[in-house]
Design a protein around this ligand. Structure first.
Ligand SMILES: CC(=O)SCCNC(=O)CCNC(=O)[C@H](O)C(C)(C)COP(=O)(O)OP(=O)(O)OC[C@H]1O[C@@H](n2cnc3c(N)ncnc32)[C@H](O)[C@@H]1OP(=O)(O)O
Length: 434
């Protein structure tokens, strides 16, 4: 199945179609999927996609996927997932990792190869679990165990093991924090929230809207074409259709300090388990298969900011990626029917929107003559986003690509933009069109 591609080394890039997405409902950490591994969840999301598009036993050009928190046994999670799936085991697969941008970056990797004519069809994906996080031994114990493993005989092994002290047994558990600042994502964003003067009321309002919009999307069957129930879960478990600003106002701040602490469990994404996949193909290949493309991936950009010295917010990189991408596409920020901005925290979305409106930020940081300006807020995350659905880090990109592509297919014609911030001060933006 994999190759109908002609010799194309000197040909123009081909249009890349988003055929469809599939994911499992997202679960709150340490609940329904507590005993599922990344591989289990990614396989479920992949097999659901394979069934939906009749790909059982078929070889696709490649499967690119990843997870932010990985066990050492998953050194190539994507390949192990293919081997456990119903795809042809001859499907090549490799891991991608760019923190919360993993899913969108995997989509871009596959799209690039399709655009260049190297493959005709490919699948991108991502999975994450904070319930089944890898636990490592401490550095001293690790070195002792390696010494013991290297020892030539039993005497040498016992001598190495005899160096173990009770304090060495303390496990090393992955932290949701930046290695270079020691600050968690939430603590880092609290600094940005303060810098941009984002109020608690505005954050809570955005969070409530996210829940209401996702609930309405479920009710009208919008997610039916992109969801495979898993372990008894049929909807995103974090979704609270009855969310209200009054209830959210009662929650205690969890990030930031004193009066400036405005971020709560209600306006921050919860720790989440889940997986997603996206099927991409060349326009020609889609036509051959009789697949109607939902939309086309037409542009993207990745940016990184120097957050370590505190001169920029950890999650502000998409603010920088956007104008570079718009310039290349010859578009303005207002030229979109849909805006899909990953809701890492309500205040991340609001800080980014404010930055694009701010003449000083746009001139001094983005090097623009005029601000990018405001967006029509009624076009923002129209079927809800991560605050309601949850955010299994590497799975969010696939969820967003499938959501936006489906929105464009529903509308029939239009253009949408994606913006996803990530740990490490990085961010990806992308454009889908139909
Ligand atoms: C690039 C990026 O994406 S960066 C983002 C990466 N993601 C993160 O960093 C994850 C951040 N989130 C977290 O660390 C955690 O979810 C926290 C710290 C915010 C909250 O953790 P917890 O306190 O365990 O959350 P928990 O689910 O128990 O919620 C706390 C309370 O708020 C309530 N609550 C949460 N959301 C809502 C809501 N929408 N409506 C009403 N109540 C709510 C809960 O019911 C709970 O109430 P209870 O104490 O009476 O049971």
């Amino acid at each position: 199945m994999a190759s109908t591609s002609a010799k194309r080394s000197d040909a123009a890039p081909r249009r890349v179609a988003v055929i469809g997405g599939n994911r499992i409902p997202f679960a709150r950490s340490n609940s329904v999927y507590a005993h599922a591994s990344n591989q289990d969840m990614l396989t479920a999301a992949l097999d659901g996609l394979v069934d939906r598009y009749d790909l059982r036993g078929q070889r696709v050009g490649e499967f690119a996927a990843g997870a932010v928190l990985k066990h050492s046994r998953d050194f190539n999670l994507a390949r192990e997932t293919v081997l456990g799936s119903t795809l042809d085991p001859q499907t090549p697969a490799y891991d991608v990792q760019q923190a919360c941008d993993t899913g969108i970056q995997a989509t871009i990797q596959v799209a690039n190869k399709i655009a260049l004519g190297k493959i005709d069809v490919g699948i991108a994906g991502g999975s994450d679990t904070t319930s089944d996080a890898p636990i490592a031994v401490g550095e001293r114990l690790r070195k002792i165990l390696l010494d013991a493993n290297r020892a030539k005989d039993l005497k040498g092994r016992l001598a190495a093991l005899a160096r173990i002290r009770p304090g060495d047994i303390v496990p090393s558990i992955p932290q949701n924090s930046e290695p270079r600042t020691g600050l968690s994502m939430g603590e880092s964003q609290a600094l940005t929230t303060l810098e941009w003067g984002i109020t608690r009321e505005d954050q809570d309002q955005l969070a409530v809207e996210s829940h209401h919009k996702l609930a309405a999307a479920y009710d009208r069957g919008f997610l039916d074409s992109m969801l495979t129930p898993y372990l008894g879960l049929e909807r995103d478990q974090n979704l609270r259709p009855g969310s209200s600003v009054e209830k959210l106002a009662t929650l205690k701040p969890v990030f930031g300090r004193g009066e400036s602490a405005t971020m709560t469990a209600g306006n921050s994404t919860p720790l989440t388990d889940g997986a997603s996949t996206v099927l991409l193909a060349s326009e020609e290949y889609a036509a051959e298969k009789g697949w109607e493309p939902l939309a086309f991936l037409t542009e993207y950009e990745t940016a990184a900011v120097d957050y370590v010295d505190g001169s920029e917010g950890l999650l502000m990189a998409p603010a920088y990626a956007m104008p570079r991408m718009l310039a290349r596409a010859g578009l303005t920020l207002q030229d979109f029917d849909f805006y899909e901005i990953h809701e890492a925290f309500a205040s991340q979305v609001l800080s980014t929107l404010k930055a694009w409106e701010d003449p000083i930020f746009c001139k001094e940081r983005l090097g623009l003559d005029a601000p990018l300006g405001s967006i029509d807020r009624s076009k923002l995350n129209v079927t809800g986003s991560s605050l309601a659905a949850g955010h299994p880090f590497a799975a969010t990109g696939g969820r967003i690509v499938a959501t936006l592509a489906t929105l464009l297919a529903e509308k029939g014609k239009g253009r949408g933009v994606i913006s996803i911030c990530a740990a490490g001060g990085q961010g990806v933006t992308a454009i889908l069109e139909r």
